[in-house]
Design a protein around this ligand. Structure first.
Ligand code: NAD
Length: 259
């Protein structure tokens, strides 16, 4: 399998896609403590739109409102009906399945070479692929809870209702995700940063690195190889030993095919 639409850079110098893939294979083969840091671009091949690509969710207003406003804490509490309308239509994808990138990472974890996945994604697809060492730093659409009594609810409680989903106690059931204006969960962050700090190789993929504090987690990496796989340039490219500018699912399919 070749990757005609992928550009490769090894230590800042342009290389062929084949050299780039060979370089990534070599890095992975020589690594014992790999950590993967990913974003929405990891799941676009599973049919879930990202935020900032040309066809991403941020390109279109919803009921005249920017999605980043709808996904904020204050908007959730002030206009829950609009929030849940947007949420069900655009943020929940129960039909999505793991793609080649998720599957490859599961194989790496089985070989005990992948120490952790730190993901900004809320879709749960890394867990569906079988990975256990997953740090969902922005939470998950699968985990919902009552804002009054904290009772946990599955995704169905949001999907199989209309309007504002309600708990038996009358409280609003909300998604267990981090909305804009909310802090990240402390212990998930501590675990994620610990894995990044101890990694010998960090793969950064499918993320614009424009959401904080997630993007700053990369500053804790002190290992040997930073590899970036993304369709567009990212702020991490300059420090990377290898950059593959292309489709993350295609890159991992290619790695699998190469054995
Ligand atoms: P982003 O939309 O800001 O950036 C996505 C990046 O991935 C872009 O640079 C884009 O060029 C790249 N990309 C898209 N598809 C790709 C592909 N197939 N191969 C390689 N690169 C690809 O997303 P982000 O950096 O993750 O940050 C935004 C926030 O989006 C996160 O906080 C996350 O919670 C949320 N989000 C999550 C999902 C999800 O769970 N699947 C979907 C949309 C948004």
């Amino acid at each position: 399998m070749d990757l005609p639409s992928t550009a490769a850079f090894i230590r800042g110098k342009a290389a062929s896609p084949a050299e780039g893939i060979a370089g990534l294979r070599e890095i992975l083969a020589g690594s014992k403590r790999i950590v993967f840091f990913g974003g929405a671009g990891v799941s676009t091949a599973s049919g879930i739109p990202d935020f900032r690509s040309a066809d991403g969710l941020y390109g279109e207003a919803f009921r005249g409102l920017p999605p980043e406003m709808i996904l904020s804490r204050s908007f959730f509490y002030l206009h829950p009906e609009i929030f849940f309308d947007f949420w069900r239509k655009h943020m929940v994808h129960p039909e999505a399945k793991p793609n080649a990138a998720h599957r490859y990472l599961y194989e790496l974890e089985k070989q005990d070479r992948l120490r952790g996945i730190v993901t900004q994604n809320i879709d749960g697809l890394h867990r569906d692929a079988g990975n256990i060492r997953v740090y969902e730093i922005h939470g998950s659409v699968r985990e919902n809870y009552c804002t009054e009594c904290n009772a946990p609810y599955p995704l169905q409680a949001v999907l199989e209702t209309e309007g504002i989903p309600r708990c038996e106690c009358g409280g609003v059931i909300r998604p267990g995700v981090v909305l804009y204006g909310e802090p990240l969960e402390k212990y998930v962050c501590i675990g994620a940063i610990r894995e990044i700090t101890n990694a010998d190789t960090l793969i950064v993929a499918g993320t614009s690195l424009s959401v904080e504090p997630a993007a700053s987690f990369l500053s804790h990496f002190e290992g040997k190889h930073l590899a970036v796989i993304n369709r567009e340039p990212t702020p991490a490219d300059e420090a990377a030993s290898l950059v593959l500018r292309g489709d993350v699912a295609e890159v991992f399919s290619c790695l699998s095919a190469a054995g």
